[in-house]
Design a protein around this ligand. Structure first.
Ligand SMILES: [Zn+2]
Length: 260
């Protein structure tokens, strides 16, 4: 007697897979935000333009290239009186020989959701080790030399799957700024939201490192989820290193460092 037809089994398998993904995702979100021990962060470099320059740049990277991120998060955690002294442990992973799927530029909700699933499948296929991902963030950094006046593709950080995709210049003089972008996407994976407006300017008050500063302008620091230092209500400039970036109270609440 045939109980299950193929037509019935396929959707059932898909449903079970989605249920399993949802279960893993829920655990990842809980563990990654508990902050009782350092969160593992692995940066997987990708030679996105297949150039010799980018190849040489990637060869120059090691764990110390990202220690600035861990040091900065430790300093910010202390400022917010979080009990953990080192919230993250960031290190360099193996090079990945594939590029992640492009984020749809004019996608609606459905296209973006499908892209999210496609990205998670790509990450599943291309993570070059089999360590547990329950408490670690995987940041895939697509390094390239770039073209004049052509902006890089948008970087993203997803809480679902604890995944970051960063598009960065493979140039030594960009190291400090690359670490800002990696830190920004890393914080997205643990719940932080963007705090800039449609024009890319920091939103007041949520995108200001110190919205209570007197006088308000110029601000001394950029807020990490806004990225720019406001000099007036209509002008701001990019932070050049994490030394001039802070985590404000709202972001600290979003990443479960402090209570609401
Ligand atoms: Zn963002």
């Amino acid at each position: 007697m045939k109980i299950f037809s193929v037509d019935f089994v396929r959707p059932l398998l898909l449903f079970c897979s989605l249920l399993a993904i949802a279960g893993v995702t829920a655990h990842q979100i809980t563990y990654s935000r508990s902050w009782h021990k350092p969160l593992d962060v692995v940066v997987y470099p990708i030679n996105a333009d297949s150039s010799l320059e980018t190849h040489n740049y990637i060869k120059s990277l090691d764990d110390s290239s990202f220690v600035e991120i861990d040091d900065w998060l430790a300093k910010e955690a202390a400022r917010h009186e979080v009990s953990i002294s080192r919230p993250t442990h960031t290190r360099l992973g193996k090079e990945v020989k594939s590029v992640p799927p492009d984020l749809p530029t004019n996608g609606g909700v459905i296209r973006t959701v499908l892209w999210g699933l496609q990205l998670r499948y790509w990450v599943f296929r291309n993570t070059p080790d089999d360590a547990s991902n329950l408490r670690r963030v995987r940041v895939f950094v697509a390094y390239q030399q770039g073209e004049d006046d052509k902006p890089l593709a948008h970087s993203v950080g997803l809480q679902q799957g604890l995944i970051g995709v960063v598009h960065a210049f493979g140039l030594p003089e960009q190291n400090a700024q690359n670490n800002i972008v990696i830190a920004h996407e890393l914080l997205h994976t643990v719940g932080a939201s963007d705090k800039y407006n449609f024009y890319g300017a920091p939103e007041f008050p949520i995108g200001y490192a110190n919205p209570l500063r007197v006088p308000l302008y110029p601000q001394r620091y950029a807020e990490i989820m806004a990225g720019k230092i406001p000099t007036s209500s209509y002008s701001s400039y990019m932070a050049t290193s994490l030394k001039s970036v802070r985590i404000n109270d709202l972001t600290a609440q979003e990443i479960a460092w402090i209570e609401d």
